[in-house]
Design a binder for this molecule. Structure first.
Ligand code: NAD
Length: 470
């Protein structure tokens, strides 16, 4: 009998009346059963977080920093159990840029967040008065997470909230709830009861959390479509929002780039987590003069990469996480093929799980869904261009604005292109490289606000001014 995973509310393990089976996308086997929470559980979790906030809001800087470090230690001490569980329910391999890497990232982010400070600022101190700006916690933060990097994103949401004196109710994706249920259970043991609570269930539970009047902020990572709904639900009680949404990141390879030298970095920028990464490279614009050489170099890298069941440590890429996403990727590539695009490698599902091989698609351009929409899978369309200004215009011609990248040997030229690309982050000669001290967030339909760094931490606070007469 596979294990049952309960919710954690107010420091207690809470069972549900029903449990949902969670399946391994590599095999279809049931990995475990997640508590199917309902509105009663949501009410208890918000009440527990509200109660815990009364005390946690008054905790010292030292205590909050130690709490973040304790969370990092939980991730490291339990890396074997959590990474195994993550691989089983999400599909990503244990090795490579997979589950163990994700857990290491969780610990790194938690430790780095412990060290970011938001000291009070003295805005004025003169004969007419003394004015101080303080950053104070908001209250209960509702966190809603997706299925692609379940633990990393849970940590990105929870740790800054705890660091700044808020309390949390987190609701993981119904596709990958188990690792988050277990992580929060472990974290709960090192924090005061009710500071972090987890409820699991369907999308309706996310909707109810984002409507709840006692929740002060929602941090949401997921699709743009759902992000819009969250914003609508949050409007009634004017909640603060951080929305990290979809993307269709473009990369522009300039004529002076060396295809062989950049192929490996381009590849992992696109195919990290089998392409199921918000900030992965999703459209590659390559100058006509090096188009064939770049395609060949990417095919060479693709041929050396092993995809398969994540529990086999030889594999560095895993399956698509769920059937809906799998069908979407199959359809996008089939449509591109039918439209005349050339499939350089991959292009047909294999195995019994949701396996779709690394797929490179050439002779394709805008007007095809694979280019115009976010594929969120192991497929990269490679688009030919001959004029750099035209490539910039095409790269910017999307509703999204998460990230972009530019590749070339001449740094000055690359920087000029970077200035013109419309995105929250523009990388030069790399893609999808993030760090806890560097703010990350999208523009246009890719989101509102940033995570990470001082700016990301400040988003978990409100400003309080103390303005004293002399
Ligand atoms: P999704 O929007 O379907 O679901 C995300 C979460 O929202 C889940 O927990 C889901 O249960 C919940 N939810 C669903 N309907 C809801 C509603 N009406 N109100 C509140 N919550 C609701 O996204 P997904 O398929 O899990 O994730 C893939 C998407 O996430 C992709 O578009 C990807 O680009 C995006 N993403 C963005 C980032 C980023 O940082 N920008 C990171 C990872 C993923």
């Amino acid at each position: 009998m596979e294990p049952h995973f309960d919710m954690t509310i107010g420091g207690k393990r809470i069972c549900a009346e029903q449990y949902s089976p969670i399946r391994n996308p590599s095999t279809g086997d049931v990995v475990g059963h997640a508590a199917a929470g309902d509105s009663t559980h949501l009410e208890s979790a918000v009440a527990a977080a509200t109660h815990a906030f009364d005390t946690w809001r008054l905790s010292s800087e030292l205590v909050r920093r130690e709490a973040c470090r304790a969370i990092a230690k939980v991730c490291l001490d339990n890396v074997d159990e959590l990474s195994r569980l993550l691989t089983l329910e999400q599909g990503k391999p244990l090795k490579g840029l997979g589950s163990e890497f994700e857990l290491a990232g969780c610990a790194a982010w938690a430790n780095a967040t412990a060290d970011i400070c938001l000291p009070a600022k003295l805005l004025q101190n003169d004969e007419s008065g003394r004015v101080e700006l303080h950053r104070v916690p908001i209250g209960v933060v509702g966190s809603i997470t997706p299925w692609n990097w379940p633990l990393m994103i849970a940590i990105w949401h929870m740790v800054p909230a705890v660091r700044t004196g808020n309390t949390v109710v987190i609701k993981p994706s119904p596709f990958t709830p188990l690792s988050t249920l277990r992580l929060v259970q472990l974290i709960d043991a090192v924090l005061p009861a009710g500071v972090v609570n987890v409820i699991s269930g369907g999308d309706d539970l996310g909707a109810a959390l984002s409507r709840h009047p006692a929740v002060g902020k929602i941090v949401f990572t997921g699709s743009t479509m759902t992000g819009r709904k969250v914003m609508e639900s949050a409007a009634a009680s004017l909640k603060l929002l951080t929305l990290e949404l979809g993307g269709n990141d473009a990369g522009i390879v300039l004529p002076d780039a060396d295809p062989k030298a950049i192929a490996e970095r381009l590849f992992w920028g696109a195919f990290v987590n089998s392409g199921q990464t918000c900030g992965a490279l999703k459209r590659l614009y390559v100058h006509n003069s090096i188009y064939s050489a770049t395609c060949d170099a990417l095919v060479d890298v693709a041929n050396g990469v092993k995809m398969g069941d994540g529990m086999d440590t030889a594999n560095v890429l895993g399956p698509i996480q769920n059937e809906r996403q799998f069908n979407r990727v199959v359809n996008l590539v089939d449509e591109a093929r039918a439209g005349g695009a050339t499939i350089l490698t991959g292009g047909r599902p294999f195995g019994s799980g949701y396996f779709y091989p690394v797929t490179l698609v050439a002779d394709i351009e805008e007007g095809t869904r694979l280019v115009d929409e976010e594929q969120f899978g192991p497929v990269l369309p490679i688009i030919r261009y001959s004029d750099v200004e035209d490539a910039i215009r095409r790269a910017n011609g999307t509703e999204y604005g998460l990230d972009a990248s530019v590749w070339g040997d001449n740094r000055m030229e690359a920087e000029k292109v970077a200035q013109k690309l419309e995105a929250g982050t523009v990388w030069i000669n790399k893609h999808a490289q993030i760090a806890p001290h560097v703010p990350m967030g999208g523009i246009k339909s890719s989101g509102i606000g940033v995570e990470f760094g001082e700016e990301g931490l400040a988003a978990y606070t409100t400003i309080k001014i103390i303005n004293a007469a002399v």
